[in-house]
Design a protein around this ligand. Structure first.
Ligand code: ASP
Length: 595
């Protein structure tokens, strides 16, 4: 139906007759001449109808925003005075000679040219219209090109694209499962995969050696900012490769994609042990664009009388850290400091102590702070020296359980970086390595990654001292966002059983849940490892979008629902009966069902 895309036209087409198909972005009537900005996925071009072309003109007069048109016309240069430098096709226009209205449209619920004032709920309800906007067209096109580049890279490196099931058993990645009742197996349920983890490991046992998949994953997580219950991973697994080799091949993939899609050189990624990341940045995904660092001062506080400090100082699980803002005295007002105090409370911090360094030589009167009166002069001096304070600096403090201090000061560090625009570069990638195998919770040990991650020690050492064990795991971080993560896996049944044991998964449960894996490990499992990248997050960073919802065609809302299709929805009684499911009265009341 068309000869060209609207956005493809330029001066090279002058005097050519073209046929275009697209949507009416805008229609203007200028003293008897009708201008229609026609839009398709490539861009917008101006089409002109004048009264000389009688029938067409009458028809053009009828069109409204978002009508779908087929237009034939001649490309011509615009007069110098009407050239539009803000429009890619602004040097030309199409003089319309034929017009057909292919589809009419109601007035859209929001203008598609500018969307700033439109709430996201409305955008998501009419997502098919929202997706017509240039920004969304760009994002999804960009996403398609990136996945294509990734497929090419992996194909060139001999990776095979193999699909794994969606209806499966639970794969533990630390979230709740989405369950699907089975009609043919009464009372039983499938789980949607939290990741293809176990299947990709089994593919290694089968000898495929290098696997990848652009895989949908499902996690029923509590609502945290900017997560989606279903999301996409670039999922990778390899055999006979060391952790170093896996990191270098996947780092190559990311650097290649940044180079080819954005002409950005990410350089070689530095490595940082988890312990250093937590100590200096309070986070296992540090944003290295920000030059601020946490400094531990716990040892300086053991003797002070002030409980807020001496408590955590004498608690083995406590942490006291300082965060120095160079020249912070002049940069931050009292009101801002109060706002930051509120900000850190989100992370459980009970307050935010600070010292303003007016005159570091005068320990008695040169420090302005609500807490300094509780600190003897020698401690004051030692703190200033430890953080390398200069006059004019402002120092924040966190004193609490280590997790609270790291999380709150880590988040404050990022917030200050953003608010004070402290960024020293545009892109800061790194690998975080040497993660602990487990973390301790109220209910015992849990895996930091997942239970199939190989430890860097023997099964005996692991069992004797789970809290000390490190894993052979690695996370790729870019600008404070975890782009991907993975590990070398356990390929030995005894080791896998030891990990299950530490996690409190008894033998019966092991057989019941993971019997197939334990069996497979007995039939010649090669050393293997891999990782997965979050595709949505990668595209979000590359397109500089505010939310992953802006790079997903049909995302869910923050409450894990689709306001367009109204999913999740009620189902009729017959379907439930077939599944042998009976809703409790409470649930049935909420969901009217029909038969
Ligand atoms: N399955 C892991 C995840 O989804 C990634 C990996 O270990 O390969 O996070």
């Amino acid at each position: 139906m068309r000869s060209e895309y609207c956005g493809a036209l330029n001066t090279a087409f002058i005097d050519q007759t073209v046929t275009l198909c697209g949507w009416v972005d805008r229609r203007r009537d200028h003293g008897g001449v009708i201008f229609i900005d026609l839009r398709d996925r490539d861009g917008i071009v101006q089409v002109v109808f004048d009264p000389d072309g009688k029938d067409n003109f009458a028809l053009a007069d009828k069109v409204r925003s978002e009508y779908v048109l087929q237009v034939t016309g001649k490309v011509r240069a615009r007069d110098a005075a009407t050239v539009n430098p803000n429009m890619a096709t602004g040097e030309i226009e199409v003089y319309g000679t034929e017009l057909e209205i292919l589809s009419v449209a109601e007035t859209p619920p929001f203008p598609l040219s500018e969307h700033s004032s439109v709430g996201e709920d409305v955008r998501l309800k009419y997502r098919y219209l929202d997706l017509r906007r240039q920004e969304m067209q760009h994002n999804l096109r960009f996403r398609s090109k990136v996945t294509n580049a990734i497929r090419n890279y992996l194909d060139q490196h001999e990776f095979l694209d193999i699909e794994t099931p969606i209806l499966t058993r639970a794969t533990p990645e630390g979230a709740r499962d989405y369950l699907v009742p089975s009609r043919t197996h009464d009372g039983k349920f499938f789980a949607l995969p939290q990741s293809p983890q176990l299947f990709k490991q089994l593919l290694m046992v089968s000898g495929f050696d290098r696997y990848y998949q652009i895989a949908k994953c499902f996690r029923d997580e509590d609502l945290r900012a900017d997560r989606q219950p279903e999301f996409t991973q670039i999922d990778i697994e390899t055999s006979f490769m060391s952790d170093e080799h896996i990191m270098s091949i996947t780092e190559g993939m990311i650097t290649d994609v940044f180079k080819s899609m954005k002409d950005i050189d990410l350089g070689e990624f530095p490595r940082m042990p988890y312990s250093e990341a937590m100590a200096k940045y309070g986070s296992d995904k540090p944003d290295l664009r920000i030059p601020l660092e946490l400094v531990d001062i716990k040892d300086l506080m053991t003797e002070v009388e002030f409980k807020v400090f001496s408590g955590p100082a004498n608690d083995p699980k406590g942490r006291i850290a300082a965060l120095k803002i160079e020249g912070g005295n002049a940069k931050l007002t009292r009101k801002q400091i109060d706002d930051y105090t509120k900000f850190v409370s989100i992370y459980g911090a009970k307050g935010l102590a600070y010292i303003k360094v007016n005159d570091k030589a005068d320990l008695e009167n040169g420090l302005q702070s609500p807490i300094v009166k509780f600190l003897p002069n020698d401690v004051r001096g030692a703190i200033l020296e430890r953080v390398g304070a200069e006059n004019g600096d402002l120092i924040f403090f966190g004193a609490d359980k280590a997790t609270v201090v790291s999380e709150s000061l880590g988040a404050l560090r990022c917030k200050l970086g953003e608010d004070l625009d402290l960024y020293t570069c545009e892109w800061a990638p790194l690998w975080v390595v040497d993660f602990p195998m487990f973390e301790e919770t109220d209910t015992g040990w849990t895996s930091l990654h997942h239970p199939f991650t190989a430890p860097a020690c023997t099964p005996e050492e692991l069992e004797a001292n789970p809290g000390e064990a490190l894993s052979i795991a690695y996370d790729m971080v870019l600008n404070g966002t975890e782009l991907g993560g993975g590990s070398v896996r356990i390929h030995d049944q005894a080791m896998q059983q030891t990990v299950f044991k530490v996690l409190g998964i008894g033998e019966e449960e092991q057989r019941e849940k993971f019997g197939f894996l334990l069996d497979a490990l007995q039939y010649g499992a090669p050393p293997h490892g891999g990782l997965a990248f979050g595709l949505d997050r990668l595209i979000m960073l590359m397109t500089d979008s505010d939310s992953i919802r802006d790079v997903i065609a049909f995302p869910k809302t923050q409450t894990a629902a689709c306001v367009m299709t109204d999913a999740p929805g009620a189902v009729d009684r017959k379907q439930l009966r077939e599944l042998n499911i009976k809703l409790t009265e409470k649930a049935a009341e909420k969901k009217p069902s029909s038969e």
